[in-house]
Design a protein around this ligand. Sequence first.
Ligand SMILES: [Zn+2]
Length: 508
Amino acid sequence: MVLNRLYALPFASLITLLLALSTPLTWADTANSDKTMVSSLSEDESVEDIETSEPRHPQGGVKDAPEDEPGDEAKSPSPPPPVTDTAEGQASPEAANTATGSSGSESGSKVIAPNVDLKKEVTSAPEPVPSPAAGETPITNQTNQPEERLDEPDSPTSSPGHGTIRPDASVSKVPDTPRPAPVIPPPVAENFTLLNAEVMPGTSTRLAWSPGIQIAGLSQPTPVLVVNGAQPGPVLCLTGAVHGDELNGIEIVRRIMYDLDPKKLSGTVVGIPIVNVQGFQQGSRYLADRRDLNRYFPGDPAGSLAGRIAHSLFEQVIRHCTLLVDVHTGSLKRTNLPQMRADMNDPEVAEFTRGFDGMAIVHSSGGPGMLRTAATKAGIVTVTMEAGESLRIQEHQIKAGVNSIHSLMEKQNMLSRFFVWGDPEPVYYDSHWIRVDQGGILFSDVDLGDKIVDGQILGIVADPITNVQIPVRADADGRVIGMAVDQVVMAGFAAYHVGLKAETPGEE
Ligand SMILES: [Zn+2]
């Protein structure tokens, strides 16, 4: 099956690569992080992004920016569309036939997702939403049977026969009525509905999202991993490889998802390790039409290929999230210090970023069409995580991402584990790129995370013909939060991304 290959092949080779790649944690040492700094730029820096980025509005003048934009889209955080009727029509036929159940307490008429123990089962590929009959059988060896869950608040069995208990008897002298005492149940998790499937509390499963782009019936369903906790809480979504060549994010999402125990989780975690399957299969950042998917959200069902894929993902999955972390890496042979990109003008987003231990925060209002921008506009608290460089698996970057998301989930009260990891990282409110003035081969003398001073030599560009060696110097005090890997460069190439020391106006 296609999906089997899709998972088995890259992950097997990735794992072996992981063991071979262990680079020193150069970024980890961050002293006096009380300095707050910033930057306004866009994900995956390119010249265009940097030159068109907008400055931060420190006094909160655009706090409600999402509302005063003359949006061409339905910008209100509209409720999720009914999943029983997908416009894309791409759900499996079985699912479409069976997903129109009543909302009765017995979930018999709903499509119950099979409970897959993500920690143990490593071979089965995600299937399109199964029929109820199929969903019961293939997991007979599971211990996490859905029947174990203790919700069902309408179940009267929890107060057997204690008809005399009246909680409010002392307050209101209600004459004896034989009705049973009102049971105030503890908050219980509910079924999580996604992609025409019902994921029971305390279970995990694999679903498949398909954007409906197909040729003669060939489509590329994308695995969607869901862990629905036994306790209620937020819906945290993790997306990887929106750019198909950004591998660290795939591995970060995989490690998070396969480490979760649904019995101990409060809330729901939805992980899409590989959003851009087309690009992933080709080792490319882009879609098959050479478009950048991360410039087309929230999408257009009648638009380009990218617009349609973006629309499908956004409507079918993203709108079900309350929190979203979109994981990226640097691009164009550049690497990023593990960092969060966040619109610090948005109070909810700013608060959200406090949950990420060990991550520098780089302010960025976000460009049009980015998943982060569109999701934030739709009322989903969203940040972008940047870790490392594309086309590589980098163990220390992956660990940083995994640990930081773990700390986030703990701060969101989704996990009760106690994570101690890293010191708080500064917020960078200003940054810029230092460019080389001569073509040649770039050799860096600094590492990611290094603190640098004005005038310091960051690297040299050596002309391989004339042996002329031109140093690249820092033009300000700051810290290297992104940089190019050693490579052949042309004059004007942006080589070092420097977070600047700048006091924050009015920000804690
Ligand atoms: Zn990216």
